[in-house]
Design a protein around this ligand. Structure first.
Ligand SMILES: [Mg+2]
Length: 153
């Protein structure tokens, strides 16, 4: 299971996954559409198949979302602490900021207000704030340059 928490350890997002590849840094996983996902806002079934890219040294992940039988829909990138995979459990802290990338090249930074509010609520250290802001910029730049994993098709 993938277990994302907020900064205080509260469960935020729990999702089953299958490992497709793992080179020790880059971990590629897969989630099938309609499989239950447990979130702090209730159970949720995504209409999308996801291929998810995690790097153990990066402060973001990338969900490549596509409807079953259809071409790519979008990439949804979450700013998080670097993930840890232990005994089949993939864990990280969600740091609110998200970057949505569409195939037409539209790149949108989301949840800045939540990031702002949670800096105060959870008292994020300065280095965490800086790492999160850098990560949002870094993933948007990769998308702008169409670098891995933002290939069309
Ligand atoms: Mg968010």
């Amino acid at each position: 299971m993938l277990r994302a928490t907020k900064y205080d350890g509260a469960e935020h997002w729990v999702q089953p996954f299958r490992v497709l590849a793992d080179d020790g840094n880059l971990l590629v996983t897969e989630y099938r559409a309609r499989t239950p996902i447990f979130t702090s806002r209730g159970e949720f079934r995504s209409p999308y198949n996801s291929r998810v890219y995690f790097w153990r040294d990066r402060w973001f992940n990338v969900f490549r979302l596509s409807r079953p039988g259809c071409a790519l829909a979008l990439w949804y990138c979450n700013v998080t602490t670097p993930p840890t995979l232990t005994g089949g459990e993939l864990t990280y802290v969600d740091l609110d900021l998200d970057v949505c990338v569409r195939p037409n090249g539209c790149i949108e930074l989301l949840d800045e207000d939540e990031f702002e509010a949670h800096q105060r609520k959870y008292d994020y250290p300065d280095d965490v704030i800086r790492a999160a802001e850098d990560a949002a910029r870094e993933v948007a730049e990769l998308a702008r340059r169409r670098q891995f994993p933002f290939a069309l098709g």
